[in-house]
Design a protein around this ligand. Structure first.
Ligand code: ARG
Length: 572
């Protein structure tokens, strides 16, 4: 589609406002779905603001807008309500034609505002030699949904897994590796063993200054290209990546690029030089610092007093390199809330260097388990793979209980899709910035805003279609278009046509939860329709119309879930 319903109505509405208020600002005119039943299908609320500005009663403004509006095929009638709301009632015929087009070509439903535009998404980005923690799974799941959503709107997306593979931890790990390594443990569970030797070596740096010095010396050797240390480092990276990859495979996540911090390591000196040329760095207690008083941010260290570059320096160099290589219009970072200050500083410094690319930090709160917060620092890391194993096991119980007829061979596969889907959706359906308490009951609820609920809704729709085909094999389906005669049909059709709006809003606000909310409401509208109207028993013609409206709903739900990275098994 070229435009979403609210966009085309807003374009039209602007003509009315132009007539009523010739020198007014038309950019702010918008049309939104009606907030309440009985007030039309869509509404425009701008008459109030304009009335205030022009010292006119808003209802008078609304009346002038109405008088200036040409007829539109989508609109049956307008009505001015309350203080000056303009309520839009859509034409049933137009709605039906549009929903038939959606049913005929579901893949063409979405608008393509991203055509010709590039966005770079930096997400997941775990640290080498440390296990992925829940923050990384959230970054992976949310980032991957944003990735899919942008691509669906026509954007060229470059997804980059910015591994933490070059930090100060490597000096400590190298020492740990040389003194404490248990080879059998490394073979059995590499990241766990790397973490163990890291923690052990780290503790020793605190009690033994000589150990700390030695670790620093190892880091310097590594960073200046020492062959032995580099070989070991490469091994750490490869082992970690192997484990991360297992999780990515299970989550069905792929990256265009996996460039860790190390990728930018040779650019750090040049970046510092560029900061100097812009007069941005000052020396403070031996460190190189950028002061950000104007932005009211604390100073940002870019090179430590021991000569080492830090996380901020790497991120600044990374922005510059990405801008040069890909010329994206935006770079979006997905991490937990603890990195807000870091990114504010990095973005401010990039602005001062003249970077005009939109830089955005999409942050999320830490997720809590009823038992407490997931956090590496607290040492109670919930191993991600165990979380996913548990999800699949619990989903298996759900499948056994709800789908007794399913062949044994399919159960594991369906349990996998439902379990992984439940974990992803539990994350994606929340406002990412609110504090989330994860609960299995909620994630797996068959009657609530959960993946299994939506997956079962899709499967039920598919089975109605199967039953129809079995009973009426003569191919009448395609010759009877969708007709909207019952209010329940009309309501469902209206909602289906809001799918492109929901995807657009999710992208514009970097909030996959906006799409999740939409899918949940749509599934609810479908149940109302399905439970209250006859389908297979309806008279010929009506029957086909309803089956097709159901099919269109199934397509929207499946496509929507797919954009969130959630699989929809055909049969459950
Ligand atoms: N490795 C970091 C961490 O685990 C996240 C990196 C995010 N991306 C970035 N460009 N800084 O906390």
């Amino acid at each position: 589609m070229d435009q979403t319903v609210n966009q085309l109505l807003a374009d039209w509405m602007r003509e009315g406002f132009r007539g009523a208020d010739p020198d007014g600002d038309l950019a702010g005119i918008s049309v939104v779905p009606a907030v309440q039943a009985g007030f039309g299908d869509y509404q425009c609320n701008q008459a109030m603001a304009i009335g205030k500005r022009r010292h006119q009663p808003p209802r008078t403004v609304a009346g002038a807008v109405q008088a200036a509006l040409p007829a539109h095929p989508a609109v049956a009638r307008l009505e001015i309500a309350g203080p000056g709301f303009i309520n839009i009632h859509l034409s049933d015929d137009w709605l039906a034609a549009r929903v038939n087009a959606l049913d005929a070509a579901p893949e063409a439903a979405l608008t393509q505002p991203g055509a010709g535009r590039t966005v770079l998404l930096d997400y997941s980005s775990p640290n080498v030699a440390k296990p992925m923690h829940i923050g990384h799974i959230r970054s992976t799941v949310i980032g991957n949904a944003l990735d899919r959503l942008h691509r669906a709107l026509g954007y060229r997306v470059i997804s980059d897994n910015h591994l933490g593979d070059w930090g100060t931890q490597f000096g400590i790990i190298l020492m740990g590796y040389r003194h404490f390594l248990d080879r059998a443990a490394l073979a059995a569970s590499p990241v766990e063993e790397l973490e163990r030797i890291y923690v052990k070596s780290y503790e020793k740096t605190k009690e033994d200054p000589a150990w700390l010095d030695a670790a620093r010396a190892e880091l310097v050797k590594l960073q200046s290209g020492d062959a032995d240390n580099l070989a070991l480092w490469k091994q750490f990276v490869a082992l970690s990546l192997g484990e991360f990859q297992r999780i990515y495979d299970r989550l069905n996540v792929r990256f265009d690029l996996v460039r860790g911090e190390s990728w930018y390591h040779n650019l750090l000196e040049g970046t510092l030089e560029r900061l100097r040329q812009h007069g941005l760095v000052r020396e403070s207690e031996g460190a190189q610092v950028v002061f950000l008083e104007e932005e009211k941010l604390p100073p940002c260290i870019v090179r430590k007093s021991d000569g080492g570059f830090n996380y901020a320096a790497t991120d600044i160099a990374t922005v510059l390199a990405r801008v040069e290589e890909f010329a994206p219009e935006a770079i979006v970072y997905v991490t937990d809330e603890r990195q807000q200050l870091h990114f504010r500083q990095v973005f401010a410094i990039c602005r001062r260097l003249g970077v005009t690319t939109r830089l955005e930090h999409v942050w999320f709160g830490l997720m809590r388990l009823p038992e407490g917060t997931f956090s590496t620092r607290q040492g109670n890391v919930i191993k991600l793979e165990r979380l996913l194993d548990e999800a699949e096991a619990k989903a298996r119980q759900l499948v056994d209980a709800n789908s007794p007829g399913m062949p044994e061979a399919n159960r594991a596969e369906v349990a996998r899709a439902v379990g992984i889907g439940a974990v992803k959706y539990a994350d994606l359906s929340q406002n990412p910035q609110s504090l989330v308490t994860f609960s299995w009951d909620k994630a797996l609820a068959m009657n609530g805003n959960s993946a299994p609920y939506l997956q079962y809704a899709c499967a039920r729709i598919a089975s109605v279609l199967d039953k129809y085909r079995a009973q009426f094999p003569d191919g009448a389906l395609e010759s009877h278009p969708i007709a909207l005669t019952d209010p329940l049909e009309r309501d469902l059709a209206l909602r289906l046509l809001r799918f492109p709006e929901a995807v657009l809003h999710a992208v514009e606000n970097d909030k996959p939860s906006l799409l999740a909310d939409y899918l949940y409401e749509t599934a609810g509208a479908y149940s109302g329709f399905y439970q209250n109207l006859p389908f297979l028993k309806a008279p010929g013609g009506v029957r086909e119309s309803r089956i097709r409206l159901g099919r269109a709903t199934g397509n929207v739900l499946r496509r929507g879930l797919n954009l969130l990275g959630i699989e929809t098994p055909e049969r459950i």
